[in-house]
Design a protein around this ligand. Sequence first.
Ligand code: CU
Length: 394
Amino acid sequence: MDSSIRRLLTRRGFLGLSLGGAASLISANILGRTAQAQDETPVYPTPGADATTSMNHSGEMAAMSGHGNMMLVGAVDHQRNGFDPMQMLVDWDYGNLVGETDDGRPIREYDISAGDVEIEIAPGIFFPAWTFNGRVPGPSIRCAENDHLRLNFSNFSSHPHTMHFHGFHSAEMDGVPGVGRGAINPGESFTYEFEADPFGCHLYHCHALPLKRHIHKGMYGAYVIDPLQGRPPAREFMMMMNAFDTNFDGGNEIYAVNTVGHEFMQRPIPVKVGELIRVYLINVVEFDLINSFHIHANFFNFYDHGTTLEPTGRTLDTIMMAQGQRGILEFDFRWPGKYMFHAHVSEFAELGWMGFFNVVEPGDYAAALAEVGLDDEWDFKGTHASTVNQPEVS
Ligand SMILES: [Cu+2]
């Protein structure tokens, strides 16, 4: 047994064998690939092709990077899950505009429910999640600065939960046990109400106890507030860095952006050469102190917490985040091709947190969308995400 296999077996407890056959199957696949990677040219599956058969010796994508062959094999059933990580990149919940405040600000109302749902986080690996609106992460709440938000929360789960938003609000609306309404018991509901402030890239999560269990079970989501003056037109993506402790030993077995490990390896994210890309990046990974985002062959500007209009960091290719930290990344690609992005914590990358951008010329964009099962609607949502008026993305 080589050392990398031994490390996976001991440190990760064989990816949670208690989950049964499906887990062991995928574990065997990972370990098999690990062993294979020792003496063969590392390759990646060709996007759009069957993942198993594409793990061959063509070396087509291996030529583009030097990473090892540590890929989750197979495909997750997004339809069964009821959500798709690719759609989550551009799928914002703007709530319903139900009126105006006395001083003329929009009132946005959101309906959010908690429920216990089993989700597939990697091919064949199922996780008993606690969810907001049946998905992990929960809905990506989006609004404009100073909007009045009304969040109707109903708990259909078997455990008490709360919704705790990052942002300015009164103690009663903080969603913390023992303060104000506190924990919302199964079968009960509560309406959180506050102004959207300050603008930025924020998050919300359950704050019931034990906190680490409620968060890692999947109870979190993006909360993005647009500045009144807007930001420059861009293709916008929401990326939630998350992870799952499948055997409940206090360490994670699967890491991802938007829940499904290696999803964007198998389905590279289509973008165009030269267009501005804006990523709302949030880290909610429990149990590990630091996570990170690294982009290949490129550099980005960074807006810490998204609370400024000018970058707080310029010309970076790696940013590290503790749990709850977030920010906005802006970049564009100079040349067509497939470019990796991943945690620069190599272990996380190997266990799922790694993906590709597929950068193409504008004339090739429709084909790039079709290659990963996307259409014009996805393109439109990505380029028209802001709640404030902004010029068209060219
Ligand atoms: Cu909870």
